[in-house]
Design a protein around this ligand. Structure first.
Ligand SMILES: Cc1cc2nc3c(=O)[nH]c(=O)nc-3n(C[C@H](O)[C@H](O)[C@H](O)COP(=O)(O)O)c2cc1C
Length: 202
């Protein structure tokens, strides 16, 4: 089959776009609002975009989400210029899901999900203490997308890794099984890993 998104009538009962770009890592974004209240929400339009210096992006959805105002995470980042990316282990999936609820501005989703806060070292925004890996970030740029979407690009200025997940100097992702989003309501957790040498590498 072939179709042109937006232009052609719905080709399938459910939009397959997110199932095509799968698996997507989940950036569990913690922020502070101007009054100092914490906010926490998952974003699967999330990825690293370069490693020297390390930079990441996440994006909030456009008109499909039916919301004209920026989401709380983006609004807070506009106001404070900083955020943390918390990595979601398989064990944290239910807590992550609780924090995806659309709650009134100023609601602390750490409290809603029963999560303890860790104190960041470089920035002021708290992080999810139970997350195996956390990146403290400073805002680099917010890029408007087509529709009402916005992409937040951040510089990673601090990285926390729980010692239990470092084995022989390597970050062992299988020890915490990072959660990733597929299409529809589906998820996967990374438990199965194999290595490949690039051509010319031994
Ligand atoms: C696994 C998962 C991934 C999500 N990814 C996105 C995303 O990439 N972009 C987006 O706009 N909303 C995404 N959402 C929905 C937001 O988490 C939800 O709208 C949330 O209420 C936003 O919170 P905030 O207003 O506190 O930022 C996702 C939800 C889940 C459960």
């Amino acid at each position: 089959m072939f179709y042109r998104p937006i232009v052609d009538p719905k080709p399938l009962p459910h939009d397959p776009f997110k199932a095509i770009i799968a698996p997507r890592p989940i950036g569990w974004i913690s922020t502070l609002n101007k009054d100092g209240t914490a906010n926490l929400a998952p974003y699967s339009f999330f990825n690293g975009v370069q490693d020297e210096p390390p930079m990441i992006m996440f994006a909030e959805g456009g008109p499909k989400m039916g919301i004209d105002e920026p989401k709380d995470s983006v609004r807070n980042i506009q106001e404070t210029g900083e955020f943390c990316v918390n990595i979601v282990s398989d064990a944290l999936k239910d807590a992550m899901n609780v924090t995806s609820a659309h709650l009134p501005y100023g609601t602390d989703e750490f409290v809603e999900a029963g999560l303890d806060k860790g104190i960041a070292k470089v920035i002021k925004t708290p992080y999810v203490a139970a997350s195996p890996v956390v990146m403290e970030c400073k805002l680099h740029q917010i890029v408007p997308l087509l529709g009402n979407g916005q992409m937040v690009i951040g510089e990673v200025v601090g990285i926390h890794i729980q010692d239990a997940h470092i084995k022989d100097g390597i970050l062992d992702v299988t020890s915490y099984a990072p959660l990733a989003r597929l299409g529809y309501r589906d998820y996967t957790s990374v438990m199965d890993v194999f290595s490949l040498n690039r051509p010319g590498q031994s």
